[in-house]
Design a protein around this ligand. Structure first.
Ligand code: ATP
Ligand code: MG
Length: 435
């Protein structure tokens, strides 16, 4: 008798079933044990594990030939488990092998033996079998969904913009270049240009969650060469404060939604986070310099706040304001890109910081074509190269601003993962192009 795949239920449903009922289950034989007069299959599906047990000689014989990670379809009677952990198990009546796995896995996925991240990424498809990884990517999926829910309810329009572009927006140093029918083509570093185009066109509020590419040469725990960019822009703002308000409201909504909808996954990962109180502190760049000087770090106006100093600022702010989520505002114009609004000295650009690390950058943009042309020149760039960028500014551009945030970093920070690569299915860095 062939078992009916369509009748399959998840292991979590078996836990909720009455003892005595007959069920069909399917999944991976995570751990197979044949002990002479009794045999066990620890079955894994996307909802968890389930013990299948048999004392039938024929079935025991069949189980003894089964390899770990084989895919099976099984039926049996639900019974209360005699194990300490409790719950239900299944007394096997019959099972089919849908696909037999090779007997030896190149990495251990049970969590018993630690494999270093690099090797895990080499065998990522096997590594992803672990419930821990499934939990990370369920949370990531929910984070995208919650972000969409929040923004669509606020009247934002989701966009998909080109990734093959004729020029960069974030400087030449991190541009990937390729041949495009005899011309140069670049991989998009951000959605900056196109989101501004759409505001000129009258879309009013736009966002995208899509890939961006940067030829980062550094090997850090927070940089990848391909990352998922959540980019957001809105028109008719008074100043950057309007952006900060939406950003912090989104962040609080997101964390609350994740706590509500992913409690099981967060528990499995042992991840907890506090939902920060609104408003998040707005700390000016100059205030950061003052804070740093109290611990002997001397920086002068215009100096970049490096990674170590940024961490230090995070600790000092945590002490003073009792929060790990805050904005650094009013950066010097020299530290921000040409498209930011400025009085010539101080820009309307900001960073959103979490635990002393940058999660997003944004600001109010300059919307006058004339001033922009001046700023392009001031940054040592040639306005001729930005003709395509400047065009919409000549035909009615409203005041506007926005931000860009890395989803990979977001997941890494809120789950406190050591390395950004753990938050990405198939990460790309200077060495890694496969799998
Ligand atoms: P950093 O200073 O940390 O290198 P950035 O200031 O160059 O970042 P932005 O241009 O401000 O980056 O990009 C906006 C956001 O996109 C960043 O705050 C970050 O969350 C994300 N991001 C930028 N570059 C990368 C990258 N190489 N890998 C992963 N995320 C990135
Ligand atoms: Mg930045």
């Amino acid at each position: 008798m062939a078992l009916d795949l369509h009748k399959r239920v998840y292991s979590s449903e078996v836990q909720a079933s009455k003892p005595g009922s007959l069920v069909v289950v399917a999944g991976w034989a995570a751990d197979v044990k044949s002990l002479g007069k009794i045999a066990f299959i620890k079955l894994r599906d996307r909802t968890g594990y389930l013990q299948l047990v048999s004392t039938d000689a024929k079935l025991i014989e069949k189980i003894s030939k089964l390899t770990n990670e084989s895919v099976i379809l099984a039926t049996g009677k639900v019974q209360a488990s005699k194990q300490k952990s409790g719950g239900n198990e299944i007394e096997l009546k019959e099972f089919e092998v849908l696909n037999l796995s090779e007997p030896k896995m190149p990495i251990d996925i049970s969590g018993k033996i630690q494999t270093d991240l690099s090797k895990r990424l080499d065998y990522r498809v096997l590594d992803l079998k672990s419930p821990r990884n499934l939990a990370i990517f369920k949370i990531r999926s929910q984070a995208n969904a919650s972000t969409r829910d929040f923004l669509l309810a606020k009247g934002f329009i989701e966009m998909q913009t080109p990734k093959l572009v004729a020029a960069g927006t974030e400087g030449g140093a991190t541009l990937f270049q390729a041949d495009y029918y005899g011309r140069k083509v670049f991989l998009s570093q951000s959605q900056q240009l196109y989101k501004q185009y759409l505001l000129a066109a009258g879309f009013d509020r736009v966002f995208e969650i899509g890939p961006s590419f940067r030829a980062e040469k550094s090997h850090t725990m927070r940089h990848l060469t391909e990352f998922t960019h959540f980019d957001f822009e809105m028109a008719f703002i008074k100043d950057e404060e309007d952006i900060l308000n939406v950003l912090e409201e989104w962040f609080v909504y997101l964390l609350k939604d994740l706590n509500k909808k992913c409690s099981e996954q967060l528990k499995l990962l042992g991840a907890t986070f506090e939902v920060p109180k609104q408003p998040f502190p707005r700390i000016t760049y100059e205030e950061c310099l003052k804070l740093l000087s109290t611990v002997g770090v001397k920086l002068k106006f215009g100096d970049d706040i490096g990674t170590d100093e940024e961490k230090k600022v995070g600790e000092l702010i945590k002490k003073k304001y009792k929060t790990n989520a805050y904005f650094i505002t009013k950066y010097p114009y020299t530290l921000k890109p040409f498209y930011i609004k400025t009085d010539g000295k101080i820009s309307r650009g900001f960073d959103f910081e979490y635990d002393g690390e940058e999660l997003a950058s944004g600001g109010q943009r300059e919307h006058s074509a004339e001033t922009l042309t001046k700023q392009i020149k001031e940054k040592g760039l040639n306005p001729k190269d930005f003709e395509f960028y400047l065009l919409p500014f000549r035909y009615g551009m409203p005041p506007h601003g926005g931000f860009g945030l890395g989803i990979d970093r977001l997941i890494r920070y809120i789950l406190k993962l050591e390395n950004i690569r753990e938050a990405v299915l198939f990460p790309r860095d200077p060495e890694r192009l496969t799998p």
